[in-house]
Design a binder for this molecule. Structure first.
Ligand code: BMA
Length: 362
């Protein structure tokens, strides 16, 4: 029987249930996977926004204990929360109390659980520091980092300690199933785990070590996403794919960059690249019976007034992606935002996008 059929049945049974089913022989992870599949099968795309509930353009949650976490730039504009919210674990490996963007991990946990209780989905990325140099995730000064943390490397034990810190946080989510997307954008060479910084075999070993160590520490609630940067070829996409047994969702991160050309050229290039990349991922996902998503995207500063309806929507329309996530609205860098906020001059374009019949918000 087609492997997808049992998942559809499961999803029909549990589609109205925002909590893990009690007394059922199904894990929360399986239920969540089936819900994601049901979305994709119905041609629905969940809209997501990074850090949406913890800060926005020129505001942030200051007292996480008392804040009701009702504010959202996306909701301020569209009347609805994003269906999926992303958070980043960068800093957890050091036992920091806040992540690399100043979000307290206690707040992150509270926001993630609140969003799930509202019926939403949550995804975690991770920009850990460089374990060899002490620099940040973007420190690519050494090509020995990945080899040094794998089994047999001099930093292996230290790195296991980092994974254990991540495991502690992920284990504190009360078993809620969340999408985990470590070691992303791995074909480019801007992170210490990037294409020119380790061999394909080392990369795969890193991904697999991450999964096996977290599982050893009791983490069972993760839906694993593999998300290379695009645009790349199918061969490149698969060159560092860590294995069907450790990946649940196939993603890709693609942004629009204006550069030296015109906005028109940048927009057309972006749509073409996203379509091409999603076609590649769709073919692979069908071969592998995997879900797919556009794990990160955006146009910094939304300098195109019709970006949502004129660029993003035409790029993703019709693809069986379960979600698309745009990056964060930094509260402390006025130009660094990827979603509109109340008062943003072109907010109507986002509202129109959010009301498309196949775009899902919460
Ligand atoms: C990048 C930027 C940085 C941020 C990092 C991790 O794309 O937004 O400012 O620190 O993501 O969230």
């Amino acid at each position: 029987m087609n492997k997808i059929v049992p998942l559809i049945i499961v999803s029909l049974v549990f589609s109205a249930c925002p909590r893990p089913p009690k007394d059922q022989d199904l894990s929360w992870k399986q239920v969540t996977l089936s819900r994601l599949l049901a979305r994709a099968d119905a041609g629905e795309i969940m809209y997501g926004h990074q850090d949406d509930l913890v800060y926005g353009h020129s505001w942030k949650v200051t007292d996480w204990k008392t804040d009701s976490l009702d504010r959202s730039d996306v909701k301020d504009v569209s009347g609805k929360y994003p269906a999926i919210v992303g958070f980043d674990l960068g800093g957890i490996e050091f036992g920091d109390s806040e992540n690399l963007d100043g979000v307290p991990f206690d707040l992150m946990r509270k926001a993630a659980l609140k969003h799930i209780a509202r019926g939403g989905q949550v995804t975690f990325s991770w920009h850990p520091r460089n374990p060899l140099t002490g620099g940040d995730a973007w420190d690519i000064s050494s090509a020995e980092v990945v080899s040094s943390i794998l089994e047999g490397g001099e930093l292996h034990e230290k790195f296991l300690g980092w994974l254990d810190k991540a495991a502690d946080f992920l284990n504190s989510l009360n078993g809620a199933a969340v999408i985990f997307r470590p070691w992303h954008e791995n074909i480019g060479s801007w992170f210490w785990w990037g294409g020119k910084l380790c061999t394909a075999e080392q990369y795969k070993a890193l991904y697999r070590l991450t999964k096996s160590r977290l599982e050893e520490k009791g983490v069972r609630n993760l839906i694993w996403c593999y998300s290379p940067n695009g645009p790349i070829s199918a061969e490149e996409y698969l060159s560092r794919y860590p294995g069907d047994d450790v990946v649940d969702i196939l993603g890709t991160d693609i942004y629009e960059y204006v550069g030296n050309g015109t906005l028109e050229e940048a927009g057309e290039r972006y749509v073409a690249q996203v379509k091409e990349m999603l076609s590649i991922v769709e073919t692979i996902s069908k071969e592998k019976y995997k879900l797919m998503c556009l794990s990160e995207t955006g146009l910094e500063g939304l300098v195109d007034p019709n970006w949502w309806t004129g660029r993003l929507y035409p790029a993703i329309e019709g693809f069986p992606i379960c979600y698309v996530l745009t990056w964060r609205n930094a509260h402390d860098k006025p130009e660094h935002f990827y979603a509109p906020w109340k008062g943003f001059p072109h907010e109507e374009d986002f509202k129109e996008f959010s009301e498309k019949k196949d775009i899902v918000l919460l």
